[in-house]
Design a protein around this ligand. Structure first.
Ligand code: ATP
Ligand code: MG
Ligand code: MG
Ligand code: MG
Length: 471
């Protein structure tokens, strides 16, 4: 079953059960300047759950565009290294706003997985919050999950809250066992970080209201929020272990292979670069389509950092010229039918990526040489000084996470405090010499994208309590 068919099957299933199909919201959270990017299906419904907003439906289903590359949920470092993480992914979800609760949420999930998708129940593994006897009983007594395929887990992974106060409640997660030839153990064991048991679906039961003292009061109308990774289910359905082997990614990776001459399976190191490229192509293109523009701060800086990491992986694959922008076409062919915004902005997306690539390529080689020299003089177990990190950032356009990514696997560390001091000094100098916003240097395509969407605002991480996503 193709990824696009699974998406449709999910939405159709919940629509047939009376849910309203709602479009994915933008990756830029509307009306929430404290959240970096939309990172879960519930984000667009936050105020409905809080009771501040009403909608003409009590149950809904979505396939939500998510980015987890900044803020509390950051999967950037996992990309290319685990089988299951992307910076951009789609989260399938069904939601009840004070309508159905645990029984139906569990019944729907089980019915969809084993009835619609026909997954083998013996491959599924369940977790519940350790104190949630109600969910434990529904799974074991009503669904018939044997005791050795369900685990009670603590609050870190199985208790969700929207913020320090407000709606919260236990979760129940569904894992798929990819089989004994993959390393890893079931949740709650020492090997749980492996990729054998992969979490596919998280059911959140919003059951309580937490007040400032931490007291939990039962909500009069409890709600349900669920999230299932589309690419992870696609991997299961397509009989592959790694998300990057599903149809959608295979085509993006083929397109990259056609340009670079490097194919999946040639070498484990270049496989990582191909996966990173395909992943980053998606997050960069979708962020641009939602009006985020490359910049040196906030959301635009995350976008720029992702793109520069992609450029460096392109360089590892032997590419000396801009080429990532040429992959947008393959992405639009794969995803443009469902996400019209991608198709509409294709020209601008290509142009902005190309300009960014061309600009960065000018300094990439020199920067890489400097990293190499700095690593050599730091020596084994040594540290790269803050001044060097700053020179890499300021002169060669290497954000520190890029430098760290290049040094991954070595035991060389980065003097981040020193880097921050250099940044602060530069800010002071810049304030003294400020002479305009410099925006006139931005290419026209950037303005067209921004005009289309309005500026995006991001206030920083100081008030992160509202970043309530399911974990
Ligand atoms: P994991 O423990 O594997 O990192 P999570 O617990 O952080 O996942 P949730 O916050 O519960 O994930 O999100 C709901 C679902 O979204 C997950 O069960 C998973 O299927 C999917 N998902 C989460 N993060 C990613 C990601 N980075 N890439 C792809 N799918 C993801
Ligand atoms: Mg989870
Ligand atoms: Mg998890
Ligand atoms: Mg996670």
């Amino acid at each position: 079953m193709r990824t696009s068919e699974i998406r449709k099957k999910f939405l159709d299933y919940f629509a047939a059960e009376g849910h309203t199909i709602v479009d994915s919201s933008s990756l830029v959270p509307h009306g929430d300047p404290t959240l970096m990017f939309t990172n879960a299906g519930m984000v667009q419904f936050k105020h409905v759950f809080l009771g501040n907003e009403s909608r003409p439906y009590r149950t809904a289903t979505t396939s939500q565009k998510c980015v987890r590359a900044g803020g509390k949920h950051n999967d950037l470092e996992n990309v290319g290294h685990t089988a299951r993480h992307h910076t951009f992914f789609e989260m399938l979800g069904n939601f009840s706003f004070g309508d159905y609760f645990k029984h139906d949420a569990i019944r729907y999930a089980w019915q969809f997985l084993t009835g619609e998708l026909k997954l083998d129940p013996a491959r599924l593994f369940i977790t519940v919050f350790e104190e949630d006897d109600e969910a434990y009983d529904i799974w074991t007594k009503e669904v018939g999950i044997p005791a050795d395929r369900i685990a009670r887990i603590g609050a870190k992974d199985n208790f969700w809250s929207m913020g320090d106060t407000g709606p919260c409640g236990p979760c129940s997660e569904i894992f798929y066992d990819h089989g004994a030839d993959v390393w890893g153990g079931p949740p709650g064991t020492a090997e749980e970080d492996g990729d054998r048991y992969i979490e596919i679906w998280n059911l959140v039961f919003m059951q309580y209201d937490r007040d400032e003292d931490g007291t939990l009061t039962p909500l009069p109308h409890p709600s349900v929020d669920t999230g299932m990774g589309l690419e992870r289910v696609a991997a299961v359905m397509q009989g592959v272990h790694n998300n990057y082997d599903i149809d959608l990614f295979a085509r993006l990776i083929d397109a990259a292979g056609a340009l670079t001459g490097v194919r999946m399976g040639d070498d484990p190191v270049s496989d990582v670069s191909l996966r990173v490229l395909a992943d980053h192509l998606r997050s960069v293109s979708f962020l641009l389509a939602d009006g985020v523009l490359p910049s040196n701060e906030g959301r635009g800086f995350v976008l720029r950092r992702i793109l520069r990491r992609a450029c460096r992986h392109g360089r590892l694959l032997g590419m000396y010229e801009a080429f990532i922008y040429k992959l947008v076409d393959a992405l639009v062919a794969e995803m443009g039918d469902h996400f019209a915004e991608l198709k509409e902005s294709q020209g601008n997306i290509e142009q902005v990526i190309r300009i960014e690539e061309e600009r960065f390529i000018k300094t990439l080689d020199k920067g890489l040489k400097l990293v190499e020299q700095a690593a050599a003089s730091a020596g084994k177990g040594g540290t790269i000084p803050g001044e060097t990190l700053f020179a890499l950032y300021d002169t060669f356009g290497f954000p520190t996470d890029l430098t760290a990514d290049i040094l991954k696997g070595t035991d060389i560390s980065l003097d981040m405090d020193g880097f921050e001091r250099c940044m602060e000094e530069q800010r002071t100098r810049a304030r003294a010499a400020w002479g305009g916003s410099g925006e006139s240097a931005l290419p026209k395509a950037l303005f067209e994208l921004r005009e289309h969407h309005g500026p995006t605002e991001f206030l920083g991480y100081d008030t992160l309590s509202s970043e309530g996503v399911i974990t």
